[in-house]
Each structure stands twice: as C-alpha cells, then as structure tokens.
Write a protein that binds this ligand. Structure first.
Ligand code: AOF
Ligand code: ZN
Length: 370
C-alpha cells in the first residue's frame, strides 16, 4: 500500500501532460485507487473535452465504488462546457477524495469540496499544495487577480548587454537556448512584443513544431497545433499587413490607441486601449487580455517594454538566458528604467532556478514586489 503522496505525485505527473494544450483551462490530473491498486487514471487535455476525473472514472468503471480519488485541483461543481465532476464522483460511489488545492474559479471556489462532503464522502484537502501552485501559474493568477501571469524573456551577455551598439543581436544565445524558447512559447497562451521589434527584425513569433524537442513534440500534436495569440503593442500604427507577424497561422492582436482602415488578414484584430505615458495603458491592456481568457503571456521585446512592464508591476517572472560572451561597454542594456535613482527603488527578484542550456545558463527569477 503506497502513501497519499505517492498517488498524488502520479496525478501531478499526469496533469503536466496537458501543459501545452489545456489553456485557458487548468492542468489537472486524477488517479483512482482501490485496495492499493490504481484502477483509473486521467488528465485534462483540452478545454471543451472531459475533465481529468471523468477520464479516470471511465477507466475505473465499477471499480470506482469505495475507491479513493486523488485530484490535483478541487473537482468542479458547475455546468461549464462539461457537467460537474463532483456529481460524477458521487455517482460513481467513491468513498474518499484527496485534493491538492481549492479551485479559485469563482464558479467553483469550495463548492466542489462542499458537495462531496454533503454526499458523505471523506474529503482531504491541501496535499502537495506547492506543486498545485507550480503546475498552473497562469490559470491561478488570472482567476485570483484578473491579470495574466507575465514572463519576461531576456537574453544577455555576461556583461548584461542584449545587443552590440549597432543593434546586431540575433544570435547572442545558442541554438539550444532558442529551442528552449520555442518550448516556453508553446506553453504560453500568448506572446507579447512591440512594433519596434517587428520593424527591426520582422519576426514570425510562432511556435515552429520541427524546432521543438522530442518530448514537447509528443505532447503538442502537429495536426492540432495551437499557436499562442500574438499581441503587438503598436501605439503609432506602424505595423502593416506586409509584416510577417500578421501573416502567420493563428490570431494576431494589434494593441493600439486608434484603429486604421487597412485591409488586414482575417485573424488580425485591432484592440483599442486608452493612452498612458504616450503608449498603450499596459494595466488596462492586461486586464482586458485576462478577460479574453489569456492565462499567461510570454514577452519577447526590447529594453523599453521590459522596463515599462517592470515599472508597472506587471511582471511575475524573468526567464533570462545568459550567454558566455562579453559585448563591451557600448553594447545595449537590458531594461530601460527611467527615473530610477535610488537602490531602494530598484526592482528585486528571487532566483527560483538555475540551469545550463547548451553553452548558456537559463536563470528563472520571481519578481519580488513591495
Ligand atoms: C476539474 N477537473 O480536469 C478541470 C477543471 O468549461 P469547462 O466545463 O471545461 O470548465 C472549466 C473549469 O473547470 C475551469 O475554469 C476550472 O475551474 C475547472 N477545471 N476542473 O475538476 C479538470 N479542467
Ligand atoms: Zn470538472
């Protein structure tokens, strides 16, 4: 007989299999155990399709009666795109449910656990809470705050430069780091960049399936490739229908102060926002994106936007690729932070991970506000 932690860890392993496909829904895994034997397993694959519990109950069949269900998120209690999982667990006759965290979705928010208890099921709650936070940063932040989870991707030399003084920058980091970026793009709901980047580099800002590593390819089916939404800050209407970014598969949203009347490809939408400091109001834009169910945003831009997002307290995490090169004093800096004069006002971070990616290092840092 294994411990609760053993089965819950298995449920988390299953939950993570959905990490490229479930958005805007959370990653959820479920394991059903009777007399020490796993009789059912499942995970959520895609919004609109059955939840983790339904897959696991289906596999368990009659063996679910009297069993324990381990679920990484509180079973839902609402009729969304699919019926409530709490009802399905009750109907299947499970006698105990162990969950890792309450679902902050206001449509659920404790009601799932309550319904299970009311039906006479023993409910244990809060096992492996840290893993539950880590597996759904975007979904949880959007549900709790109405803002997306924002990751700022940065690529720098040892001396903190992003480009030569001439602007030459494309290959500071290695091909392995670029493959890693492809994987992290694929996990994000949206990619945010600026018209300055579009005008300078004319990037596609897409996930390219053949550049992904084999494990990601197996979880991110080519025939059903979900391209992250592309969002381009373009307060001066400088992006044109000729730029590559608006010609890619999937949607592109141009965040602007005023629309123009050009003939745009069908999947291009102009989103109009109020101005702040001469550009689009980033706070208003982020709240709007969350309302459009954007859980997480991967930012690939220059020093201006990186600095503006940090100064607006909108960044949750830095993902910084450090290349073992020196670009010298004339090279371009990482973040534009105008008005920063005192060390006490400098944005601070906490290192959460250091990993070698090919010849480069990848540092992950959580923003520390307040
Ligand atoms: C679970 N198990 O596997 C998932 C849950 O529109 P629907 O019907 O897919 O419902 C989506 C909501 O259900 C989502 O926002 C979250 O609160 C919950 N997701 N819950 O018990 C699952 N995917
Ligand atoms: Zn459900």
């Amino acid at each position: 007989m294994q411990s609760d932690v053993f089965y819950m860890a298995r449920a988390f392993k299953l939950a993570r299999l959905g990490r490229f496909t479930t958005a805007p829904n959370p990653n959820v895994g479920c394991v059903i155990v009777r007399d020490g034997e796993i009789v059912g397993e499942g995970y959520h694959l895609r919004a609109g399709e059955p939840h983790a519990e339904v897959h696991a109950l289906c596999m368990a069949g009659e063996k679910a009666r009297g069993a324990t269900a381990y679920v990484t998120l509180e079973p839902c209690s609402h009729h969304g795109r699919t019926p409530p999982c709490a009802d399905a667990l009750v109907a299947a006759g499970v006698s105990r449910v162990v969950t890792a965290m309450q679902d902050p979705n206001p449509q659920v928010a404790g009601r799932g656990l309550y319904q299970l208890q009311q039906a006479g099921i023993e409910v244990c709650h809060g096992l492996m809470l840290a893993e539950a936070e880590a597996v759904n940063p975007g979904f949880l932040k959007r549900m709790r705050t109405g803002f997306p989870y924002v990751q700022l991707k940065l690529a720098v030399s040892l001396d903190g430069r992003t480009a030569m003084a001439s602007g030459e920058s494309q290959w500071i980091t290695s091909s392995q780091a670029r493959q890693d970026v492809q994987r992290l793009r694929a996990q994000s709901a949206a990619i945010l960049s600026t018209s300055a980047t579009v005008l300078a580099d004319d990037p596609a800002l897409t996930v390219r399936w053949d550049e992904l590593d084999a494990e990601t390819q197996s979880l991110y089916p080519q025939e059903n490739l979900r391209q992250p939404w592309r969002i381009i800050l373009d307060s001066q209407n400088r992006v044109t229908p000729q730029h590559r970014v608006v010609q890619q598969p999937g949607a592109t949203w141009l965040a602007r102060l005023q629309p123009d009347k050009q003939a745009w490809p069908q999947d291009v939408e102009q989103l109009i926002f109020p101005a702040h400091g001469g550009g689009v109001d980033l706070v208003v834009m982020m709240m709007h994106l969350a309302k459009r169910q954007v859980n997480s945003i991967w930012v690939e831009a220059g020093a201006q936007l990186s600095g503006a997002l940090l100064q607006a307290v909108l960044v949750d995490e830095l993902v910084l690729y450090l290349a073992p090169k020196l670009l010298g004093d004339d090279g371009r800096g990482l973040c534009h932070l105008p008005g920063l004069e005192q060390l006490a006002d400098a944005p601070e971070f906490v290192f959460s991970e250091v990993r070698q990616v090919g010849p480069d290092l990848r540092l992950r840092l959580r923003a520390k506000y307040g």
